[in-house]
Design a protein around this ligand. Sequence first.
Ligand code: FES
Length: 122
Amino acid sequence: MREIFVANTDEIEDRERVVIVDGSLEIGVFRLGDDFFAWENNCPHSGGPICQGRIMNRVIENLDENKKSHGFLYVDEDVHIICPWHGFEFNIRTGVHPGDSQAKLNGFDVLVRNGGVYVEIE
Ligand code: FES
């Protein structure tokens, strides 16, 4: 196991990410508030650069009891990364696709120490 320095905490804005390269491995490190998450930059759909996609809240359709639509809503607590190749979305906190729990990003542990952000790689 080894650690790779990513950035100082104040160098990663809230709801942003940095992508680091270690040999053939690319890792996106995301910040949501005071929490950090690290995912391999390799979309499980077809290998696209998932970590370089757009970040936005999950969108759900606002349906009433008769299934009539009243537009769309953003879900504040579910922040997603959207793959730039074909649009698959993954929850940044869990790495899981919202519609298919079998579709997951490959994750890494993140350490925050003395103002620095590190990822652990085996
Ligand atoms: S490669 Fe990511 S959605 Fe297809």
